[in-house]
Design a protein around this ligand. Structure first.
Ligand SMILES: [Zn+2]
Length: 299
């Protein structure tokens, strides 16, 4: 069986899969904000799944960052207690087996490519639209990572085809650049844009409800969001030309997002027809943990 662990910033989940079925249901614990306690928690989850099933499993871990190939230390993690730590090597010692570790957005793309919305498509771009914006690329059901291990990290590219209005009030990003896609397409990005339009701050769910009730500023904020997503994805299509784009993260639940975005793509993509499928994810918030399990292929 394949054990997957999704080591999130606030919660850590575990699952055990075999071929195409779940053999031990998802377990969820609060992520300790301490390195040694994180190792203990992961070892505890693995031991629990193995005693529940009576089987030994392979272990794959999804993290909000990457284990650098050259140094085997964690970088780019917003869970700062992991940064600079030999997470993979320490877990291999603790669990007495090889462990695979990958970025959580890459795990999302892999999960959706193997048995989710992207199943049957050769190249899948998985998009995370949440508190942050990220992405991952799966080609023939394998993660494409790249030498810098940042393939798919489109959230810190500038928003393409900015309007004069966008250019005049370009938001700064925590990464040190300005105009990053993440500052427009994250949850806080939508809320900020709506507040600028409406003069009142609302949460994303409140904006959705207000738009459904016909409130003009909320409707406009959602339309702008769809158009900005279409521009961001058009740049991905021009570069990678994936067969499918699977939307994930909390913002992917915005009503009608795949269809509305698809309809806008021909304005921006360098092609008279756009065959790329834009799809809602199949596995919701369990895509991360499933993709971590699939870091070890079945069989
Ligand atoms: Zn940025």
């Amino acid at each position: 069986m394949q054990i997957g662990i999704d080591l999130g910033g606030t919660k850590t989940e575990a699952i055990a899969l075999a071929t195409d079925r779940v053999v031990a249901a998802r377990r969820r614990i609060a992520t300790p904000r301490d390195y040694t306690a994180t190792l203990d928690a992961i070892a505890g989850l693995v031991a629990g799944l193995e005693s529940e099933t009576g089987c030994t499993g392979t272990v794959g871990i999804g993290i909000p960052g990457v284990v650098t190939h050259a140094t085997r230390l964690v970088k780019n993690a917003n869970s700062t207690w992991l940064i600079g730590r030999p997470l993979q090597a320490d877990l291999e010692t603790r669990l007495d087996r090889p462990v695979r570790v990958a970025n959580d957005a890459n795990c999302f793309a892999l999960s959706e490519a193997i048995d989710g919305a992207g199943r049957g498509f050769e190249t899948v771009f998985g998009v995370i639209l949440g508190t942050g914006v990220g992405g991952g690329i799966a080609i023939r059901q394998h993660i494409h990572e790249g030498p810098n291990q940042i393939a798919g990290e489109w959230g810190h590219n500038p928003l393409p085809w900015m309007t004069d209005e966008e250019r005049a009030s370009v938001p700064t990003c925590y990464c040190g650049k300005s105009g990053c896609i993440e500052t427009f397409l994250s949850g806080p990005g939508l809320e900020h844009d709506h507040a600028r339009l409406a003069g009142v701050r609302r949460s994303s769910p409140e904006i959705v409800r207000a738009a459904a009730a016909g409130e003009a500023h909320a409707v406009q904020a959602l339309r702008r969001y769809q158009d900005r997503l279409a521009r961001g994805l058009a740049a991905i299509i021009n570069l990678l030309d994936p067969d499918a784009i699977v939307l994930g993260g909390g913002m992917s639940n915005l009503p009608d997002l795949p269809a509305a975005t698809s309809a806008l793509l021909p304005r921006y993509v360098f092609s008279d027809t756009v065959l790329t499928q834009v799809l809602t994810n199949a596995h919701g918030d369990s895509s991360g943990v499933r993709g971590a399990a699939w870091l070890w292929p079945p069989g």
